[in-house]
Design a protein around this ligand. Structure first.
Ligand code: NAX
Ligand code: ADP
Ligand code: K
Length: 502
């Protein structure tokens, strides 16, 4: 159930289901039934419900909801953008099932309604909202009624999560078969309220046949690739992660990443420190080791030892030639690589160099973890990025342009692989936006890659564990708290794995 379908993939799934013998009106009945059930779940007495119907099948669903709620004894008013005789196909048929009055949508006011069912536009939204719908949406958003959106809140683009002019702010959204990217990407996610996915008879096989490449980021996506505790294991089997530190006044970021790498399960972690910062690093580290490493040349020396199998480069490392050379040395030495912060900025305007470096690195891949600022410095000019309609498409274009797994961070972090797979994360609480949490993320991913978890899976798992750790800690979090929450996150993940037999 983790697949996220674009509006056109959803239409294809509907089409295939209809071609397979389930009439469209049956799908629409089930869709309307699922929405009506959500409304009824709240009803303690007789409700005054406004059903706002648009000109397409989303409106058709609305007519089904209206009929079912009226049949259950509620007081239902239908307000429609176009008269029922202008509807076509299944929507026309659904409207014929509504025996009550159809009032105009224009000029609708929220007076006295307990519930609003938003069935104006769904997957067929094709342009920005204009008059008269804009003022109706404003009235919905100002009202105190409970708002249930059918499929997507009207005005939200289901593919991109963008607000097309203006959009309904729903309390609940009922969608069908699978969610869409726009339910997870901002600002769409903020407009949906709680999202329910209703089964309307579109089978898993039908969805699988679509070859969908986008998923919600959750353990089901990568749990079978998580490193497992092994009774016969020893620390060298769990990899040795190296995190490069900045100079004497810039050492904290590397230590944060290093501790996170250790908590993520790397067998050993070493901070590679400029010689003049060794004393500072050593004074604050215990389980993590420190080693003097002088720039790219020093790094090349220690990478002569094959046991150092993964590196995190970038947090507070400094922007410039030396950092770029360190990255190139690590890539040439075929190590698993996580590049963050200054390592990314050191390649700004040098996409060709980045591509060359990435493609010379281990086949298991390189993970880049930019926030929006680093992303635009690095990928602003990349093919497909400027034209991309959404954060999802931008991350995907950047992954294709760099050959690396791209983790485009934020409240709706997108993880994209160069082969087109992508995941959207949704478990990060807002208090994760605090200094140093990005360093921790790079360390977690590096720790998983040190244990030989493949790059895309490690990036997805790392982003999820990072969000779960923040959620488990709660508000007031600082970056140092995150690694300390990872044991709890691991315990929950492993319990889940053993309970599902994966
Ligand atoms: N058989 C199916 O395909 C099913 C579809 N279902 C529903 O059908 C919906 C998709 O139906 P449609 O493809 O008809 O699309 P919609 O009903 O979302 O909207 C399409 C209609 O809105 C108009 N429109 C688009 N943007 C507009 C704008 N900004 N201003 C004014 N008019 C605008 C279009 O010209 C078209 O008439 C889904 O969201 C879902 O609710 C469900 O009934 C389940 C089955
Ligand atoms: N509003 C938000 N809600 C949830 N997570 C967020 C939000 N803003 C940022 N984050 C997350 O916080 C982390 C910040 O990373 P980054 O920007 O690199 O900060 P730093 O450099 O201070 O470590 C990322 O994992 C990002 O996804
Ligand atoms: K809608």
């Amino acid at each position: 159930m983790l697949e996220l379908l674009t509006c056109s993939e959803m239409a294809a799934a509907d089409g295939r289901t209809i071609a397979g013998g389930t009439p469209g009106i049956v799908l629409m009945e089930r869709a309307g039934q699922a929405v009506a059930e959500r409304v009824l779940a709240r009803a303690s007495g007789r409700l005054r419900v406004a059903v706002l119907c648009g000109p397409g099948n989303n409106g058709g669903d609305g007519y089904v909801v209206a009929r079912l709620l009226a049949k259950s004894g509620h007081d239902v008013a239908v307000h429609a953008l176009v008269p029922p005789d202008r509807l076509r196909g299944d929507a026309a048929e659904a409207a014929r099932g509504w025996a009550g009055a159809v009032l105009p949508l224009e000029g609708w006011t929220a007076d006295g309604f307990d519930v609003v069912v938003d069935a104006i536009f769904g997957a067929g939204l094709a342009r920005d909202i204009a008059a008269p719908v804009d003022s109706v949406i404003a009235a919905v958003n100002e009202s105190r009624a409970h708002v249930v959106a059918v499929d997507v809140p009207s005005g939200i683009d289901g593919d991109t999560g963008a607000v097309r002019g203006c959009a309904v702010e729903a309390d609940e959204t009922v969608t069908f078969a699978r969610r869409k990217p726009g339910h997870l990407l901002l600002p769409g996610r903020m407009h949906c309220g709680r999202v329910h996915v209703a089964d309307i008879g579109i089978t898993d096989a039908t969805v699988a046949d679509l070859g969908v490449r986008t998923a919600a980021n959750a353990p089901g996506l990568w749990s079978d690739m998580l490193p497992r505790p092994d009774a016969a294991g020893h620390k060298y089997k769990r990899g040795h992660l190296v995190v490069a530190s900045g100079g004497p006044s810039r050492t904290g970021a590397a230590r944060l990443a290093a501790r996170a790498g250790l908590r993520a399960g790397a067998g050993l972690v070493t901070v590679a420190s400029p010689p003049d910062a060794v004393a500072i690093n050593a004074a604050q580290l215990t389980a993590v080791m420190v080693r003097p490493v002088d720039g790219a040349e020093g790094l090349a020396d220690i990478l002569g030892d094959a046991r150092f199998n993964a590196l995190v480069l970038g947090p507070a490392l400094g922007v410039g030639e030396e950092t770029r050379r360190m990255v190139e040395v690590a890539a040439a030495a075929q190590r698993h690589l996580v590049l963050d912060a200054d390592a990314l900025t050191s390649f700004a305007g040098n996409l060709a160099g980045l591509w060359q470096m990435v493609t010379s690195a281990v086949p298991s891949g390189v993970v880049l973890t930019p926030h929006e600022g680093e992303f635009s410095r690095l990928f602003g000019e990349a093919e497909g990025v400027a034209q991309a309609r959404s954060k999802l498409e931008r991350a995907r274009a950047a992954a294709a342009a760099s050959g690396a797994v791209v983790v485009l961070k934020g409240p709706d972090t997108v993880i994209a692989a160069p082969d087109g797979r992508a995941a959207i994360n949704e478990n990060a609480p807002p208090w994760l936006a605090t200094a140093g949490t990005g360093d921790v993320l790079a360390g977690i991913i590096g720790g998983l890659m040190a244990q030989e978890m493949p790059a895309f899976a490690a990036a997805c798992a790392g982003v999820w564990m990072h969000g779960a750790a923040a959620a488990a800690f709660g508000p007031g979090l600082i970056a140092e708290d995150l690694p300390e929450m990872l044991p709890r996150v691991w315990r929950e993940l492993l319990e889940l794995l053993f309970s599902t037999g994966n």
